[in-house]
Design a protein around this ligand. Sequence first.
Ligand code: SF4
Ligand code: SF4
Length: 423
Amino acid sequence: MIKRSFFALSKPRLTYDLLDTSLQSAEELAVPGSLTLLLPEEIDSAKKALIGPGDAVKKGQKLKLYDDSRSYVLSPVAGTIKGLDSYSDDFGNPATYVMIKSDPSVKGDDQWAQLDLDETLEFAADYLEQLPGALPVSTLTNPNYDIRTIVVTGADTDILCDTCQFVCTSYAGLMVAGAKILKRMTRADRFCITVPENLSAQVDLDGFNVLRTSNTYPSNLPAMVMKDHFGKTLSPGQAPEDKGVCFIRPEVLVSLARTYETGRPVFDKVITLIDKGGQKHRVKAAIGTPISKIFTCFNVQINERDRIIIGGPMRGFATYTVHHPVVPDMDTIIVQDADVVPEISDNACINCGNCVRICPANVPVNLLVRYLEANLYDEAADRFDLESCIECGLCSYVCRAKIPVYQYIRLGKQELLTLRENA
Ligand code: SF4
Ligand code: SF4
């Protein structure tokens, strides 16, 4: 007798959130007395630093660690540097916290008054990389890419998130102006924008090709947009920019428009906070603001073992400090109560096959994860399609053994890159 379930195995269907129209505007948070800027370069004690504790900084001043540094931050306030500290992200990539105490008595920066705000990528690389929304300067200036199409992610890429939709519906005029500036800076001759197919709110964007995306996760991810809307499937290891397409946040365009209009950089970042009860709050906070200030603003109490996720639930990362600052690419913060934080285990794979069935890139995830657990990154790439993964996180979501598969994959990709750089 054939034993067969009456129910076919069905994939869980995750859907994107549509814009929460009850949040008409973003609460403006006052710039705090102390800010922390995240400078993506590590402290090198063998070199003489250009900045240090006690140095006065002006609003808008470009701060970099060393003469030959490419990385920099712009100070959102006038004040004094309190200190520098080492930071490393969840994959151990080193960076530096630059802590600034605001002091309004320090004079404004005259550097920006004397600058010619050229509409060039060279100028953008020198001054605009840290604007809210995070202009992907390194992609746009990379001579290996011939970027002809820019896609604005008007449809948020992770579930529960709606910050990008909010920006598109609230600042459409500025986005159109920003797109014109970016068009003059780059060789891109086509601007597209992803918009959820069932978003009823008006998105009035003159000059953009609108790409209506399905509400089923992960259709808003760049690799899926490339396939579904441009008919281009990315080969393993390829990124959209390899095919001449660059994805940007809508807020980048708003920041560009405001900066060129006023001749001064802008610093206020739109963020959506999702509290423990799932309620959304919209805020505008200066880059460098500790996220604790946002929690205080909305009376969100953080207790021991609560989880703070930067980004969406599928693709975000956890931070364990409320002192983590607002950074240019931070769109969403989610707070999960300790009691409901999904468990993660070091259990072995039970070969249930859920991850394989759900993977949109057809990666043999059950085999891949064994190689990643054993730190066999080359083999994982050569034999089990590590580089075909589009980083949707669905495998972790469905894993019966609660293995943090997605985290293994991201770490594996990072390690693979390091191995190749050092080869
Ligand atoms: S994150 Fe997992 S499910 Fe998503 S593409 Fe990668 S391997 Fe497949
Ligand atoms: S979902 Fe988890 S337990 Fe099931 S096969 Fe994949 S890795 Fe193994």
